[in-house]
Design a protein around this ligand. Sequence first.
Ligand code: G16
Ligand code: MG
Length: 214
Amino acid sequence: QITACIFDLDGVIVDTAVYHYRAWKRLANELGFDFTEEDNEKLKGISRVKSLELILGWGGIEKTETEREELASRKNNWYVEMIQSMRPDEILPGAKEFLQEVKAAGLKTALGSASKNSGLILERTGLLPLFDVLVDGNHVSASKPDPQVFLRGAEGLGILPEHCVVFEDAVAGVEAAIAAGMKVVGIGSAEVLNRADLVVKGLFEIHVPQLNNL
Ligand code: G16
Ligand code: MG
């Protein structure tokens, strides 16, 4: 019996990936190199620090820890500047409707995101009231594929992992949900998210009654 839904943010509720991409690209360009959109896929669901490590690797650049901190915060400033002006119309199709359907059915909701900026995004898009519990990059020490972010969410809701279903667009996030002992609905391509219990194109394709047949 599913009694709680745990949602990833970027790629499931909103499309902030394009803003992350722009900001990381700008940083890479300032450092004298570029990376492809295909490489950008590898950054999805990965923490800020890990993303920077990957990008510096692609550029063949080595930096000290202090320098890396400065670069990460430079990228974050550009990113925050862009998401400041996000509007409710940037919510992905069906996401708000599905959240409302879940709440109306009496299920609990939690956010399980790697982002340290999730509060600002939910506030700007007006989705904050639809979540019972928020767990994001500010609350965890290990990032996806580690299950910590989802286990904290379940704990916060007071619901056992086996009664939770996770909605995820990233391979690392699907792995994290499985490691947490939860059901998982992949958002995106079935080929890429082949370990998910079900894959849909977006939250517009799923309804509450399906959740107990995963
Ligand atoms: C998101 C994105 C990642 C990003 C991470 C950290 O995770 O998918 O690309 O690197 O958050 O974001 P920030 O720099 O804002 O802390 P999720 O888990 O919501 O998909
Ligand atoms: Mg995501």
